[in-house]
Design a protein around this ligand. Structure first.
Ligand code: NAD
Ligand code: TYD
Length: 355
């Protein structure tokens, strides 16, 4: 079996659902259930003996140690993190705690477990750390896309904390020989994406008749990957990745934020037209920019394609259409995640931004 952390969140839950759809290898799921963790994402696994959910913190070495001793996983996949840049600007403390201290404690517990394994299990064991392209900083318009050897230049408390965790993972390989793999992926989108992030926020606000808040001039560029393609890449790295290596994952889909918002509006105009016949574009509102906003991210995904034969299955057009449809078909999920906490966040992040 494998131990997956943070898998009540967006990418982790997609990973576990896809894993168990393709394999009978059981998953122990360790998640703290922060505001971003939601067991509804895993509702279809209810009663499935291949999925064991444990509520707990990756930073709690005794909980992790017990789980490892009890279930003896052959691999740990670490998704658990604080993941939202805007929240890291309002309150970086949790990011330091989970992303840096938490990853450190997790690595310590895993190292203790791995050291005690028999020779064959020890050499087959894997620790896969899921990270982000944001550790490489911001690209200028004509710079080449990020490769695995790009210098780390994180600019937000979020990316700095992820960069620190990547360095710890690297050091545990270099110093202790822990069999690690690191993936740095571009922006994901798809089902179960919490509506604090750009794409789900725009869908949810559009349908609710609310403003669509575009930061600054909306010309910042992100490189979008459908979440299930990220999950297939992680499976490929886990199965065949070379130990100690880093793999950048991306879909060659650079888009300006404003273009993304226009695409979402066009799809909603087609699939769920406004009752007044106008376009959802009417709801676009330019608001004050994010402090320190990175201008452009882009992933050079040639290494994972060359070494592991991985390629995304979705284009942006097919992935975004599936995503918009998913939100239209899962309005109950949307309503449930918009709890009091969510409303407090929206108030905190957007109240001061009106221009
Ligand atoms: P998310 O915020 O949706 O989910 C994070 C999950 O981790 C939640 O279920 C939360 O409850 C859990 N968690 C938080 N702190 C924890 C702790 N201390 N112990 C145990 N569980 C904890 O995030 P996501 O978008 O699914 O991202 C998952 C991972 O992928 C993160 O490491 C993130 O940095 C990385 N990543 C995300 C993207 C993206 O576009 N979303 C892109 C590249 C990499
Ligand atoms: P986000 O989804 O928060 O991901 P990240 O900051 O990790 O890339 O934001 C994606 C882009 O969308 C980013 O450039 C910021 C921008 N953005 C807006 O313009 N308005 C919003 O309300 C949000 C949440 C993001």
């Amino acid at each position: 079996m494998i131990l997956v952390t943070g898998s009540a969140g967006f990418i982790g839950s997609n990973f576990v659902l896809d894993w168990l759809a393709q394999s009978d290898e059981a998953v122990v799921n360790l998640d703290k259930l922060t505001y971003a963790g939601n067991l509804e994402n895993l509702a279809t696994l209810k009663g499935d003996p291949r999925h064991i959910f444990v509520q707990g913190d990756i930073g709690d070495a005794s909980v992790v140690g017990k789980l490892l001793a009890q279930h003896k996983p052959r691999a740990v996949v670490n998704f658990a993190a604080e993941s939202h840049v805007d929240r890291s600007i309002h309150g970086p403390g949790e990011f330091i705690q989970t992303n840096i201290v938490g990853t450190f404690n997790l690595l310590e517990a895993v190292r203790a477990y791995w050291s005690g394994l028999a020779a064959e299990e020890k050499s087959n064991f894997r620790f896969l750390h899921v990270s982000t392209d944001e550790v490489y900083g911001s690209l200028k318009k004509d710079d080449p896309a990020f490769s695995e050897t790009n210098r780390y230049e994180p600019n937000s408390p979020y990316s700095a904390s992820k960069a620190a965790s990547d360095h710890l993972v690297r050091a545990y390989h270099h110093t202790y020989g822990l069999p690690v793999l690191t993936t740095n992926c571009s922006n994901n989108y798809g089902p179960y994406h919490f509506p604090e992030k750009l794409i789900p926020l725009m869908i949810v606000n559009a349908l609710a008749g609310k403003p669509l808040p575009v930061y600054g001039d909306g010309q910042q560029i992100r490189d979008w990957l459908y979440v299930k393609d990220h999950c297939s890449a992680i499976r490929a790295v886990l199965a065949q990745g070379r130990l100690g290596e880093v793999y950048n994952i991306g879909g060659w889909n650079e888009k300006a934020n404003l273009d993304i918002v226009h695409t979402v509006c066009a799809l909603l105009d087609e699939l769920r037209p406004r009752s007044d016949g106008k376009s959802y574009r009417e709801q676009i509102t330019f608001v004050t920019d994010r402090p320190g906003h990175d201008r452009r991210y882009a992933i050079d995904a040639r290494k994972i394609e060359r070494e592991l034969g991985w390629k995304p299955a979705e284009t942006f057009d097919t992935g975004i259409r599936k995503t918009v449809r998913w939100y239209l078909d899962n309005q109950d999920w949307v309503q449930h995640v918009q709890s009091g906490d969510y409303r407090n966040w929206v108030e905190k992040n957007y109240a001061g931004r009106a221009r």
